[in-house]
Design a binder for this molecule. Sequence first.
Ligand SMILES: *Cc1c(COP(=O)(O)O)cnc(C)c1O
Length: 342
Amino acid sequence: MINLISDTVTKPTPAMLAAMMGAAVGDDVFSADPTVNELEAYVAALFGMEAALFCPSGTMTNQIAIKCHTQPLDELICDQTSHVYQYETGGFAFHSGVSINLLEGVNGKITASQVLAAIKPDFDWLPVSRLVVLENTCNKGGGSIYRLEEVLLIRKLCTEKGLALHLDGARLFNALVETGESPADWGQVFDTISICLSKGLGAPVGSLLVGPAELIKRARRLRKVMGGGMRQAGYLAAAGLYALHHHVDRLVEDNARARSIGALLQELPYVAAVRPVQSNIVIFDLAGDLSAANFLAALTALGIYATAFGPQTVRFTFHLEITPTMVEQLASELVKLKFDRH
Ligand SMILES: *Cc1c(COP(=O)(O)O)cnc(C)c1O
């Protein structure tokens, strides 16, 4: 079985499991779990920020960040493909009572001039533009990567206009291994950053919100009211520490495998277009009248699993359980596939 559905499907490796089983734990609601405390201190230091908060999911870290930065009747500005808009159950409205100003970026990426044009004037019939959310890599944008120069322009604008800037960095490390930039470089740019341990890094559960100490103190209260206060969470934090120590550098392998399959897909008759492959995600459109459902059914028959990202759009995601042998097998099956009409 070759499971390209998501980089969330990975199970802990034996070494990660051993680290989890050996973790020192305590009750983290009382801040008494030494492994959670170690993980939070480690990640805060990594980003050069004051504090971090371990949460069950990236949805929770993003939603807490939105709540910390806004009040009801504010709005957040983001690309239309953003996870915070597409895949978080409309939580920005539910938890924070804010509206959303969606921009049409390129492959999920927006620019400072787009943000500038989107900021609303101060009229009492308009919501108050308060927060910009960027995503790196951009999931629905095909795993595209922002460069530091690009986000620095947005930072400068947000500072001038008094807007907060949050990064949904669910797959930030997939970007950093490509660009050579450091987490601390990115920590200087954003007010808050969310990272996921349960994507390419291979931990079973967990995300962190990083930011200023005072904001993280409030975030901790919001985590509790959302039901995210966990007790002996050190077993999970140990997986995260293991992932950060051992699974960051190897992300270049996932990115390279995605690139090679992306290049192959470009040559195949049943593929109309492949988004530029910059990290571990490959999103492509099928040609003619070939539907994603029919294409995925053909793959499933071969033991290959992927995701539909539209009626004729498919996503492959590469991760640490996809071996070089599986990539070779995938390539040879893709080349052999034939469809009646396209
Ligand atoms: C996965 C993901 C998240 C968080 O998802 P959870 O499943 O809630 O952990 C946030 N942003 C992006 C871009 C993601 O891909």
